[in-house]
Design a binder for this molecule. Structure first.
Ligand code: PBG
Length: 322
């Protein structure tokens, strides 16, 4: 008889024992949106199942997250007001900074990661400082460093620069080191593609660009080697973890990075990926739980160590995840 895995698969104990990749709570990162303006809190139509938390509602939400066994959150802030320079992104009393202080006091066991970017804070909605109608890379770097430092001072355990400016990791690393925060790691959004799958996120974060698009700084989805180059540069600049975003359509990129570099890889299963499954499940076209587990396990199989997913809370509620 030929040698086959069938004999092993037929036995459920062996089938499970031999599974190479699985989802576990400890490697999930839950994105959280925090609003400064209480009236903006609550659910939003274009992002089913997700909500914005007010600072007042945050303690309860964080306690629930801890009770579910989740360990890591990624914070996004939505300020009360925006301005062209995104000044509210680095104020001591900014929304993320306040959220961090609250989080550290009510749920100190969680790991707090912060998104370091400008798009949610600028009136034009771009991820950098705009000079003469263009996103100015050099002018943006010190601002990003300032944002990261303000997050760390407020309690962030790790910062995640997502603006795709060249040199952002180095600028942030230097600033943190100088300020005595050499121990704080950086998770860089290294291979971030200009994607149509960020739609629901931009609604919830109010970060849609008001002119043009992000293709001058985010990567072209037709490219692969460029991702390796971005990752190599970020590692050289001091990234401790590199990220691929989106995840589902970029499994080849995740795999290739895993094989080329000895560094932890995070994958961000973005809002559009979540929305596809969520809405299909709500319509009854897909069975949600197996679809989610298959999708996220595939991202792990591709080579991701950490998964950023809007499904983290639901997954943690499923007793028998495997
Ligand atoms: C900020 C940022 C974006 C996301 C996370 N950080 C999107 C963007 O470029 O507009 C998207 C995440 C998602 O869609 O879930 N630059």
């Amino acid at each position: 008889m030929t040698i086959s895995m069938r004999r092993l698969r037929m036995n459920p104990v062996l089938r499970e024992a031999l599974r190479e990749h699985r989802i576990h709570r400890e490697s999930l990162i839950l994105p959280l949106f925090v609003v400064e303006e209480e009236s903006m809190a609550g659910s939003i139509f274009s992002f089913p199942g997700m909500e914005r938390f007010s600072l007042q509602a945050l303690p309860e939400a964080l306690e629930e997250i801890v009770s579910l066994g989740l360990r890591m959150v990624l914070l996004f802030g939505i300020p009360r007001k925006k301005d062209p320079q995104g000044e509210r992104a680095y104020r001591e009393d900014g929304v993320v900074q306040q959220a961090l202080r609250i989080g550290k006091s009510v749920a100190p066991s969680l790991l707090y990661i912060t998104d370091v970017c400008l798009c949610g804070y600028t009136t034009h909605g771009h991820c950098g400082i705009v000079v003469d109608g263009r996103v100015d890379n050099e002018a943006t770097l010190p601002v990003l460093a300032e944002i990261a430092l303000s997050h760390v001072r407020a309690g962030a355990d790790m910062v995640a620069p997502s603006s795709m400016m060249d040199g952002q990791v180095r600028a942030i690393r230097r600033r943190l080191d100088e300020a005595g925060f050499a121990h704080i790691p950086i998770m860089a959004y290294s291979a971030k593609y200009a994607s149509a799958f960020y739609g629901p996120f931009r609604e919830v974060a109010c970060s849609r660009p008001q002119f043009g698009d992000r293709r001058s700084y985010q990567m072209d989805f037709g490219n692969r080697w460029e991702a390796l180059r971005e990752v190599a540069l970020d590692i050289e600049e001091g990234a401790d973890i590199v990220m691929v975003k989106p995840a589902l359509l970029y499994l080849d990129v995740i795999r290739e990075i895993r094989e080329h570099f000895q560094v932890p890889v995070a994958a961000y299963s973005v809002s559009g990926e979540y929305a596809m499954v969520k809405t299909a499940a709500q319509e009854g076209f897909l069975e949600e739980k197996p679809a989610v587990l298959e999708l996220l396990t595939a991202i792990k199989r591709a080579g991701a160590d950490l998964l950023i997913t809007y499904y983290a809370r639901e997954i943690a509620q499923w007793e028998d995840i495997r």
